[in-house]
Design a binder for this molecule. Structure first.
Ligand SMILES: Cc1ncc(COP(=O)(O)O)c(C=O)c1O
Length: 399
């Protein structure tokens, strides 16, 4: 019988290369799979686990994709992306970040996640130190482990009550520090850095000669306030890889399209990585992305307005539960609830919420040790479902 996924554990793991054995994964996908199994068995599950807007992709973007297919844009595209899209991204990033960007600095990738992989591949030698947000998006940690880099965890701050400790960041930077990963607005805590915070972080990077991967995938999902890119700070253009994409702002997670804006030598390395991996991002999807950038901003604004109502419903609902505290996130679409006073540990509460209450969410330690005692809820469901989720949680916590 051929081996199935389920019997894989009985196979000798030593035939898998060490780098792949060291690689982690994303708990949200595990929870999602279990939630789907429960749904298939007839259970009603409220999905608050995935970092995925639940809105349809705007119709003008879908129409542009259909037109691109009809026009026959189904072959390979250049490895670094369609020249027209690289130009459009360059001017979008220049306009939204207040920086100068050459199209040659832009590399179009199959999803923004690839930019994390490429940045690490291009910049990190085994033993180099990379400072990663902890709690943070799991891939920052996982890919560092895979490549034999030494990850140095740094708490990115969690919102109104806990700002990032920049003196601590200064103390973590040393001669072996090659890269700092920044993520604002941040997953999972929803933190958004202020301009003075960004300016100070930039000063530290220049002082310690550290490169930055600035993950700005949630730059459009802001609840008031302004997004500040570290790339706009003095001395940072030449040391910043800016990551962004179409997944979150235009509700295009399944289309798999992201991009990097990087100094020319790093962009050239990324182009090589594209050639060696995916060859190119999907050709007709790149035409849809052109439409997204050229199209009206009101779809994005409508989505953010809906997220604001959902955020408030979720945070207010969570705050009313016994033993639960939750900062109001300033950006992204995640609430990172502190559940330490419930007496549960995060994994067992998240498991019980799914299995007993039908609320899918992700335990904080899945985002690093700094996430202990927390649970991440994404507000990718309508307000009525979010309210129902907090009612179900209340019933479980009071039982
Ligand atoms: C912080 C962060 N960076 C990058 C990504 C990846 O985005 P994409 O779906 O475009 O690969 C995600 C997705 O969840 C994310 O949360």
């Amino acid at each position: 019988m051929p081996a199935t996924g389920n019997s894989a554990t009985s196979l000798p793991s030593t035939r898998i290369a060490a780098r792949c054995r060291r690689m982690g994964t994303e708990a949200a996908f595990r929870v999602f799979a279990r939630a789907k199994t429960l749904e298939a068995a007839g259970r009603d599950i409220i999905h608050l686990e995935m970092g995925e807007p639940d809105f349809p992709t705007p119709s003008f973007i879908r129409a542009a994709c259909e037109a691109a297919l009809a026009a026959g844009h189904t072959g390979y595209a250049p490895a670094a992306g369609l020249p027209a899209l690289r130009t459009a991204v360059a001017s979008y990033v220049a306009r939204t970040r207040g920086i100068h960007v050459e199209p040659a600095q832009v590399v179009i990738t199959p999803g923004a996640k690839a930019v994390i992989f490429f940045t690490y591949m291009a910049l990190l030698e085994p033993g180099d130190e990379v400072i990663v947000p902890d709690p943070g998006f799991p891939i920052f940690e996982s890919m560092a482990d895979a490549l034999g880099a030494v990850r140095v965890p740094w708490h990115p701050g969690s919102g109104t009550q806990t700002r990032p400790d920049l003196d601590r960041l200064d103390s973590l930077m040393g001669p072996k520090t090659k890269l700092l990963v920044l993520n604002s607005p941040g997953n999972p805590t929803g933190i958004v850095y202020t301009l003075p915070e960004i300016a100070r972080i930039a000063e530290l990077c220049v002082k310690h000669d550290v490169l930055v991967l600035s993950d700005e995938i949630y730059s459009r999902i802001l609840f008031g306030g302004t997004h500040h890119s570290i790339a706009a700070q003095p001395g940072m253009a030449e040391r910043t890889v800016l990551l962004d994409g179409f997944s979150k702002s235009w509700s295009m997670t399944g289309w798999r399209l992201g991009y990097a804006v990087a100094p020319l030598d790093i962009a050239a390395a990324f182009e090589k990585l594209m050639t060696n991996s995916a060859s190119c991002a999907v050709h007709f999807v790149q035409h849809a992305a052109l439409a997204a950038l050229a199209g009206p901003a009101d779809e994005v604004e409508r989505m953010v307005a809906a997220f604001t109502l959902r955020r408030d419903a979720l945070v207010d609902g969570l705050a009313a539960l016994p033993g639960v505290r939750c900062d109001r996130p300033a950006g992204s679409f995640f609430a990172f609830a502190d559940i330490r006073e419930t007496g549960f540990d995060a994994r067992s509460l998240a498991d019980r919420l799914l299995e007993e209450a039908g609320v899918a969410c992700v335990e904080g330690p899945a985002f690093g040790a700094g996430g202990a005692g927390h649970i991440r809820f994404s507000f990718a469901a309508d307000v009525a479902r979010i309210r129902a989720a907090t009612v179900r949680m209340g019933a479980l916590l009071r039982s």
